[in-house]
Design a protein around this ligand. Structure first.
Ligand code: ATP
Length: 136
């Protein structure tokens, strides 16, 4: 029986988070996936969204985008393209990224890489949602 979970979030650039936690919820491709200690082992793909974790009564959140989660009875390992804590998010930069992506998606040009622009928009919107929540 595992009492808690060793949560690690790793990007190509860095170890974004390493914490002992009681519960994790990740944005799986097919919806939110809640993980408690002794969860059945699995590997799932992640989409752009908010990963949340609980330590006792304290809940914290992280922006993640793409990659995978591996779940073992006492371990949750996330390998994601990006990961940011709310306090690491530059709101001005996210606003500018949102505007650029919206302009691209609204343009009629054939040269637009729609999936790429859509991904950038989702990332920017998630960053804004998370960073603004932290401010209120
Ligand atoms: P931009 O066009 O502003 O660079 P982007 O959507 O192209 O945004 P990503 O490819 O999602 O950026 O991320 C590249 C790197 O920059 C990652 O390490 C990511 O964590 C970081 N990053 C991107 N936007 C922000 C932001 N608003 N605040 C903090 N870090 C950011």
């Amino acid at each position: 029986m595992a009492d808690n979970l060793n949560l690690e979030v790793i990007t190509p650039e860095r170890l974004a988070l390493r914490e002992v936690v009681d519960e994790v919820v990740v944005p799986g491709l097919n919806g939110e996936l809640g993980i408690l200690p002794d969860h059945t082992p699995l590997i799932s793909q992640l989409k752009t969204g908010i990963l949340s974790y609980r330590q006792g009564t304290v809940r914290k959140q992280l922006h993640v985008s793409g990659g995978f989660v591996e779940v073992l009875s006492d371990r949750v390992s996330v390998l994601s393209d990006v990961a940011e804590k709310p306090e690491e998010i530059d709101i001005g930069r996210a606003e500018r990224a949102r505007e650029r992506a919206e302009k691209r998606l609204a343009s009629r040009s054939e040269d637009i890489d729609h999936p790429r622009a859509e991904l950038k928009l989702q990332r920017a919107l998630t960053r804004l949602q998370l960073a603004r929540k932290g401010q209120s």
